[in-house]
Write a protein that binds this ligand. Structure first.
Ligand SMILES: Nc1ncnc2c1ncn2[C@@H]1O[C@H](COP(=O)(O)OP(=O)(O)OP(=O)(O)O)[C@@H](O)[C@H]1O
Ligand SMILES: [Ca+2]
Length: 822
């Protein structure tokens, strides 16, 4: 999709600018323009700190980002790329050493050959060098999968014996983690802080002075209490930092333990990313993370964001010419499937993870600012103390300081050394007291503790807060833009109504009502035009359907209509796939039938697909022009949508096989014809509201937070759901100003959008970029916007929204909009 489409697509709207462009837009003079402290450039972070006057950046919060370490991490990444081989050897060596040391017995070296006709070393060197020649020597992807005893369609057998054999031969997808720091290191670091050191010195001085002037019995009070306070601060800091570090470690582990769909023995099973083995076949979809090193088996417009590994923010297209996929990268577009050829520390990602402590480098704006404030007050306090010290000393030595009886305390040549010392000591005590009072030790600590506390509380509520700063910004949100599917609704979909041809089926899955021609075309389209899968256990268990909830609903419906998934798919070959995406709201596939015909199947948002249809089948299987019946279908769709059903239309067209591009490159760039379609069916899918949503909306409204719904679904469906969950209170509320379609909103000018944004309550048929436009407009009106989403299908969009929001024009911190995914 990238680069191949018009910039201004009618359905999808203006495309979001890509990251490179964004960077150009950033005003270099604004230090607070930090989109995300995790990905911000070092330079930005430095400027940020300078502006906030953080002179002593590591004080009080161990969880402020350590810029030096951050830089080291980037350096190490580069180094790993350069010396992968050497580091791997060293790491293996160290691991072997560790193991011997711990267990005291020799560990057998991993068996390299044996079960498989290819060994670990050959595979790693192929992955490392992206070596196409050796891939060819293995016989291409097909040959390699044979060598690895894998079926590139069905995956590995996946029984325990098979898995452990693979783990023995090629390792497992885990890497040794560096140990987190111990409590003692936190304690040791806690006192190394300028202000604390000043206080420690002050404590020592005042202890000495006190004992000297008032004797041991009485004189230790002042110094002792300062020392006690310092001790207390050190302890509390160390304990809280340590607990936070443990918490972050757990959180990180949870974050990394992703469940991934893997093809094993013909069915897609969810396994932990750590259980992936060499030989696994993994389907990839937009938004997924590449879980291990591998080669592409097949793909359609597959594009990978390799920035996390190469450091360059460039999207790389993957096809048979450049089939190597690197672990740790993200799928930016398209679909495909990969054969795993390297796992764990045999991948660059694994090496990287094994050699760094994953310090959650992140600091919140509030922390940085308070840090700066504390430093500032400390400095002022020190300056005042110094001034007081100078003035008092000057007065004393010039004889201006007098006793109660009016005599000067200091007379040159007459006052005894002992008395002078006493006098000076008193003056120093005053100065020290000023320092002690002025340094706001507890301030930043209090804030960190509060944030950590709210984070823990939210965790108990099952909300995983990935960023400490989220707690901070969330509190100031004035409006929430929520998506519908999966957030307000359960995301459990079933087809409850179906129109096939002009006929409304009742019940919707009774195949006997269908003409065999229509039902075979319908089933053919559904079976091929999907990213889901149907698995029928050989021993006759329940049929398993996998895929996105919408896909699952449609596939299950087709299964009830009698679809034999594997058999239908074997009947024809796929020439080209246009995967479903939220921008286009439809997906298509071109099939080469065994006869020389080509069928192109489309499936997508009902009214959009309907608009491209010119014909339909009547109940006898004859083609009829749709012109007179369009209104009928439109009404049918509106009627289903008004009852909060999600509508999907399924259509097809025959195509001349001579017009299909002959070569691979042409086929890859082929834009599937989408006009002149024959409507096959329109289905209505039910997705019930989440229980409790109505109350949640009410609570938000009562707290002055306006809830808006921004969804990709049909506007009628959106309205019906909004009414159901209380976002719209009554039908009268649903005027043109409050309920709007993404297409309409996008057509307005920036100014107009700003004027209407505040009134919009429901936005339907919005593309990811429309969501962004609305959020931007709201922010211009001074709202603090929170965006929620399940992020399954529009994860990339949400990501863009986050980045763009934080980096866009209004740079006032308090206006910062927040994306927090629960
Ligand atoms: N797999 C699919 N194949 C074909 N059409 C689909 C598929 N999934 C969704 N659609 C259609 O696309 C429309 C919306 O898709 P989109 O992904 O933009 O919304 P969503 O993210 O599911 O909803 P929301 O924005 O509320 O979370 C649906 O109304 C449906 O008609
Ligand atoms: Ca969604």
């Amino acid at each position: 999709m990238l680069g191949r489409e018009n910039d201004n697509d009618v359905e999808a709207g203006p495309r979001l600018p890509r990251e490179e462009e964004e960077e150009d837009n950033v005003d270099p003079s604004d230090p607070f323009d930090v989109a995300d402290t995790k990905n911000a450039s070092l330079e930005t972070l430095r400027r940020w700190r300078q502006a906030a006057l953080v002179l002593n950046a590591t004080r009080r919060f161990r969880y402020t980002l350590n810029l030096k370490k951050h830089e080291a991490k980037i350096q190490r990444l580069r180094m790993i790329r350069a010396h992968a081989q050497v580091i791997r050897a060293a790491l293996l060596f160290r691991l072997a050493g560790d193991r011997q040391f711990v267990s005291g017995k020799r560990v057998a070296p991993p068996s390299l050959t044996g079960d498989y006709a290819v060994d670990l070393e050959q595979l790693s060197s192929m992955n490392r060098d992206h070596d196409t020649t050796s891939l060819q020597q293995f016989g291409g992807v097909k040959g390699l999968s044979d060598l690895l005893k894998t079926n590139s369609e069905k995956g590995i057998a996946g029984d325990d014996a098979d898995l452990s054999k693979r783990k023995n031969a090629f390792g497992s997808n885990t890497y040794p983690r560096k140990k987190g720091r111990t409590f003692w290191t936190f304690l040791w670091e806690a006192w190394q802080d300028l202000t604390l050191i000043i206080l420690i010195i002050a404590a020592a001085v005042s202890l000495g002075l006190g004992i000297k002037t008032e004797g041991f019995e009485e004189g230790w009070y002042d110094g002792g209490s300062i020392a006690l306070a310092v001790l207390l601060v050190i302890m509390v800091t160390a304990v809280s930092d340590y607990r936070q570090s443990l918490q972050f470690q757990n959180l990180n582990e949870e974050k990394q333990n992703i469940q991934i769909g893997v093809m094993r023995d013909g069915r897609i099973v969810k396994v932990s990313i750590f259980d992936i083995v060499v030989g696994d076949v993994i389907p990839l979809r937009i938004g997924d993370q590449v879980p291990a090193d591998g080669v592409l088996i097949s793909g359609h417009s597959l594009a990978i964001d390799e920035s996390s590994m190469t450091g360059e923010s460039k999207i790389v297209h993957k096809d048979q010419k450049s089939p190597f996929l690197m672990s740790g990268c993200k799928v930016a577009d398209g679909v495909g499937s990969m054969l795993v050829t390297g796992v764990g520390i045999n991948t660059e990602w694994g090496l990287l993870m094994a050699s760094i402590v994953d310090d959650t480098g992140e600091e919140t704006p509030l922390q940085v600012r308070l840090n700066g404030l504390a430093t500032f007050i400390g400095i002022v306090g020190l300056a005042v103390a110094a001034a007081v010290l100078t003035v008092l000393l000057a007065r004393y030595f010039t004889g201006y300081t007098r006793n109660h009886d009016g005599t000067a305390q200091f007379v040159k040549g007459k006052t005894k050394v002992d008395d002078i010392l006493d006098g000076v000591v008193k003056i120093v005590t005053v100065a020290v007291t000023i320092v002690v009072v002025a340094v706001p030790e507890g301030l930043p600590l209090a804030v960190t503790l509060t944030l950590a506390y709210s984070m823990r509380k939210m965790m108990a509520d099952k909300a995983l807060v990935r960023r400490l700063s989220a707690c901070e910004t969330m509190g100031s949100a004035t409006t929430i833009c929520s998506d519908k599917t999966g957030t307000l609704t359960l995301n459990q979909m079933t087809v409850v109504e179906a129109y096939v041809g002009r006929k409304k089926m009742d019940p919707p899955d009774d195949a006997s009502q269908l003409h065999h021609l229509i039902s075979s075309l319908l089933i053919e389209g559904i079976a091929h035009n999907t990213q889901g899968n149907v698995y029928v256990p050989k021993d006759g268990g329940d049929t398993e359907v996998t895929g996105s909830p919408t896909e699952k609903a449609i596939l299950s419906w087709a299964v009830k209509l009698g679809m034999k998934f594997d058999a239908v798919r074997a009947e024809s070959t796929e020439l080209h796939v246009f995967p479903f995406n939220s921008e286009k709201k439809r997906g298509g596939v071109a099939l080469q039938m065994t006869s020389s015909d080509v069928h192109i199947h489309w499936k997508g948002a009902a009214e959009i697909v309907l608009a491209s249809c010119t014909k339909f089948f009547d109940s006898d299987g004859h083609l009829q022009s749709i012109d007179e019946e369009k209104d009928f279908f439109k009404r049918a769709i509106d009627d289903m949508a008004a009852r909060s059903l999600r509508c999907v239309a399924i259509a097809y067209r025959p195509f001349d096989s001579d017009k299909v591009p002959g070569d691979d490159a042409g086929l890859d760039n082929w834009v599937l014809p989408d006009e002149d379609l024959v409507l096959l069916a329109v289905v209505g899918i039910k997705d019930p509201c989440r229980p409790g949503v109505k109350d949640a909306v009410r609570i938000c409204t009562a707290a002055g937070v306006k809830v808006r719904m921004v969804t990709g679904d049909n506007i009628q469906t959106a309205k019906a759901i909004a009414l159901e969950c209380g976002i719209l209170s009554s039908n009268e509320d649903a005027t043109e100003a409050t309920v709007i379609e993404g297409r309409v909103f996008r057509a307005y000018s920036d100014k107009e959008r700003e004027q209407m944004a505040k009134r919009i309550t429901v936005m339907g048929r919005s593309s990811p970029s429309d969501k962004l436009l609305l959020v931007q407009a709201l922010r211009k009106c001074g709202e603090v916007v929170a965006v929620t989403g399940d992020g399954t299908n529009d994860a990339p969009a949400l990501h863009e929204i986050l980045v763009l929001l934080w980096a866009s024009k209004e740079r006032k911190l308090q206006r910062k909009a927040l994306t927090s995914l629960s």
